[in-house]
Design a protein around this ligand. Sequence first.
Ligand SMILES: CC(=O)SCCNC(=O)CCNC(=O)[C@H](O)C(C)(C)COP(=O)(O)OP(=O)(O)OC[C@H]1O[C@@H](n2cnc3c(N)ncnc32)[C@H](O)[C@@H]1OP(=O)(O)O
Length: 209
Amino acid sequence: MSNKLAVIGAGGHGKVVAEVAILGGFWDEVVFFDDAYPKVSGGRWPVVGSSERLFEQLEAFDGVIVAIGNNQLRLNKTMQLLSAGGKVVSVVHPSAVVSPYAQIDLGTVVFPGAIINADAVIGLACIINTAAVIEHDCLLHEGVHISPHATLSGQTVVGARSWLGAASVTKELVTVGSDVIVGAGAVVVKSLPSGVTAVGNPARVLVNR
Ligand SMILES: CC(=O)SCCNC(=O)CCNC(=O)[C@H](O)C(C)(C)COP(=O)(O)OP(=O)(O)OC[C@H]1O[C@@H](n2cnc3c(N)ncnc32)[C@H](O)[C@@H]1OP(=O)(O)O
């Protein structure tokens, strides 16, 4: 029997999610649904309809996952899928190192070379991007994106829908609020409130939304 995965979002992020799913060994077939259908190509994998079309045929898939880069949209769609009875799954690249004592919630993706250490908790519909490091006892709420090569030191807390840019770093015990953007290369040495954009070393607030 072939295991069939539906992926919402056929863009660049979707392509990596599809590849990670196939390399994980469990999924035999991947098809995309994208609201830009039919004006979008999934490349190696077919785009077969809009996300509305997927909701009409959820039972035809052994798993579903949302591969939309925007944190709010990804989270909303994931929650809609769960409410509609979709079998939302997580995918983890075989080269990622995930502690058996870490928890990863549904709809989350873990990309090549990422490391998630003991007792880290990763919420619903998060992205742990290429080579990101999530140290022990970190807590990531739902819809978070940790970009490539970012490092979260031990016991960092990240609020819902926040985006930590590529190669950013948090000091241990720091709390990043909800809907925060941390710029690429930033070093977060003090906690950040919700709704800000912070950049630089040490990270300073650039925008307060
Ligand atoms: C697989 C993947 O590709 S995952 C995606 C990974 N992508 C990233 O990590 C990108 C993260 N994004 C950033 O770092 C962005 O620059 C943001 C979100 C912080 C800011 O973007 P914008 O709001 O468009 O800011 P904008 O580019 O107008 O810059 C505003 C000011 O901040 C400075 N700035 C912007 N980003 C940074 C940064 N990361 N570090 C230091 N300074 C920065 C700019 O130089 C500019 O300064 P100036 O006013 O003195 O000229």
